[in-house]
Design a protein around this ligand. Structure first.
Ligand code: SF4
Length: 253
């Protein structure tokens, strides 16, 4: 997956963005835990939001998720396995698993014990193996072996919550959903784009402010931004595409 990297800075254009910060405050590089959600930054103007997502789009027009999968079913399984685990760790385990089981029927034929063996390097693997088998059974029993296309139906599957449903709807079915993981949550709060105390609050806030034409890829732009630029412990503000727009008082540029 390509990183979101900074292209040439459109300085004149930026200066024209209404409400853009002209002299951002310098402060410590290391964020104090818990501060981000307690601040009430000035809301972004619609022009600023549009400018930020235009820059993300220009830098990375077709962002992709980093969880490896072969079809909607393997995407669903990969997302369920990714709870409290890294995408890289999940990919390492699922490459071999999906080579032998890329449908619910094949997963059931493999059985819980063997699934456990394949994913034992992933945290909470026992519980996750149980869920993979249970969700495969439910897909066959209730959905004809196919991944359903509504949030409500996906959320009935064992191990699948709102975030899983949003990722699957977005990546497998092209829906304009916003899955809020730890990176999206941090970026939305730090930047002041959509502050919120819970993932749901942030999700709804982002849906409110992001123009519809950016929503298909917004989830990946924000994840990649959090993963590679707006890092939790030491954000790379000096190479950040939106450092003039970001509201975080502790940004380092
Ligand atoms: S300037 Fe960029 S990297 Fe720094 S805190 Fe803001 S969004 Fe994150």
């Amino acid at each position: 997956m390509a990183k979101i990297t900074r292209k040439s800075r459109p300085s004149a254009k930026r200066a024209a963005v209404k409400g853009a910060s002209k002299s951002p405050k310098r402060a410590a590089a290391r964020p104090a835990r818990g501060r981000e959600v307690s601040k009430k930054p000035k809301p972004w103007t619609p022009a600023e939001v549009r400018e930020a997502f235009t820059r993300f789009q220009n830098a990375n027009p077709e962002p992709k998720g980093e969880l490896e999968h072969l079809n909607p079913y393997t995407l669903l399984v990969a997302v369920v396995l990714s709870a409290q685990a890294t995408d890289a760790g999940v990919n390492k385990a699922t490459r071999a698993l999906f080579a032998v089981a890329d449908t619910p029927q094949k997963m059931l034929a493999l059985g819980e014990e063997k699934v456990r063996e394949y994913i034992k390097t992933i945290g909470l693997y026992r519980n996750k193996a149980r869920n993979v088998i249970a969700l495969s059974e439910k897909l066959i029993a209730d959905f004809g072996g196919e991944v359903p296309k509504t949030r409500a139906e996906i959320e009935t599957l064992p191990g699948a919550g709102r975030k899983t449903a949003n990722v699957v709807l977005n990546m497998a079915f092209g829906e304009r959903t916003m899955a809020v993981d730890t990176h999206v949550f941090r970026v939305a709060n730090r930047t002041g784009l959509a502050p919120g105390k819970t993932p749901l609050e942030v999700e709804l806030g982002l849906e409110r402010v992001i123009p519809p034409e950016f929503m298909l890829h917004a989830h990946h732009w924000l994840i990649l931004h959090g993963r590679y630029t707006c890092l939790a412990r030491k954000p790379r503000c000096e190479v950040c595409l939106i450092n003039d727009l970001c509201r975080w008082p502790e940004k380092t540029v």
